[in-house]
Design a protein around this ligand. Structure first.
Ligand code: ADP
Length: 328
């Protein structure tokens, strides 16, 4: 079946993925392969803007690729690669930066947030982050980029850079990407209030062992009004229940809802059920992951092959870009 166009998406190498990454991003990545030519990139250069993460970059890249592949990214059809393996992106970044007013970058809310988060490390790369992202997207001539609301301003920025570039050079070389709004559910962490993430250590890894998973699930904060086992609970405010809705069969969910409200089931048992269902859900995934991880050469080959295919597209685009800007 002909595909609807090319999709590009990049994620920083954050290592072993958690339920938030899985439900918010990976599932969608896998599903999009049916309709689009997909280019999925592990954006290690972007990760360098926050120096703290640098030490684990290599291992994190491998861990993330393993999770994506085991979850169903098909490298035979999808281009899966590491950003820095295609150095053309840095050249395009430089060229696009000449078409970017500095004030536009420093005005972006995402830049201001980063400055607030790491005032001791407001590096040049941080300012150029959206330009590098534009280079990622346009180098592969992506028609669409799936993004959550927090990244919407970067896609709008990319569209502007493309228009400026094409207009000023008089060559419609770059493609203006469409924003593909994806409904990322905000998965809450074990604390029950904050978005699940590694930085808050409130995450549950999808590749954990059954024991590790159960241990994390048992730390989950439930309805704060339910102090004693005999207190009736409110499933609608409990993140354990929210996750049951994803990982537990419908009839069982209804039974848990009723039992919780009547104090017929305690939080401990409820969590044990959830852990068991998460473990069942990821059992095949974990087997596939273990098989992939046992052959490090294979994962290197997959990423090298992806980089090769990505580079073919990148080289062709850069030939046009260089010509358009008049580089001798
Ligand atoms: P990045 O810096 O690349 O956004 P993250 O690890 O924060 O790295 O996120 C990777 C992907 O996983 C993004 O698409 C993000 O929206 C999604 N994601 C991360 N955490 C959650 C969460 N708790 N709920 C839903 N989606 C999430």
């Amino acid at each position: 079946m002909p595909k609807k166009g090319r999709v590009f998406s990049g994620a920083r190498p954050t290592g072993r993925q958690h339920l938030g990454n899985y439900l918010g991003a990976i599932k969608n990545y896998v599903a999009m392969q049916a309709d689009y030519d997909c280019v999925y990139c592990i954006v290690d250069l972007h990760a360098l803007t926050t120096l703290e993460e640098r030490e684990d970059l290599r291992q994190n890249t491998v861990d993330m690729a393993l999770d994506w592949l085991a979850a169903g990214i098909r490298p035979e059809e999808t281009i899966l690669f590491v950003q820095s393996h295609v150095p053309e992106v840095t050249e395009l970044h430089t060229i696009l930066s000449m078409f970017t007013p500095l004030g536009k970058l420093t005005d972006l809310p995402t830049f201001k947030e980063k400055v607030a988060q790491q005032p001791h490390n407001v590096n040049y790369g941080l300012v150029g982050y959206p330009v590098l992202m534009s280079a990622d997207i346009t180098l592969y001539k992506a028609d669409a980029v799936p993004v959550g609301v927090d990244q919407a301003s970067h896609i709008e920025f990319t569209r502007e850079v493309v228009r400026t570039f094409n207009h000023r050079t008089g060559r419609p070389v770059l493609v203006e990407p469409q924003m593909k709004n994806t409904e990322y559910p905000k998965v809450l962490g074990t604390d029950g209030v904050n978005k699940m993430g590694k930085s808050l250590n409130n995450h549950i890894e999808i590749s954990g062992t059954p024991e590790e998973t159960q241990k994390r699930v048992m730390t989950m904060v439930t309805d704060p009004q339910r102090q004693r086992r005999t207190d009736p609970g409110r499933p609608e405010v409990c993140n354990v229940f929210t996750l049951h809705k994803t990982f537990t069969p419908g009839d069982e969910v209804a039974a848990i809802d009723t039992a919780c409200r009547q104090a017929g089931i305690g939080c401990v048992d409820c969590k044990k059920k959830l852990a068991a269902n998460i473990n069942a859900h990821f059992a095949d995934f974990r087997e596939r992951r273990a098989a992939l991880a046992s052959d490090p050469n294979h994962i290197r080959d997959v990423l090298a092959d992806g980089a090769g295919r990505a580079r073919d597209i990148a080289r062709a685009t850069m030939a046009e870009v260089r010509d358009a800007v008049g580089l001798p």
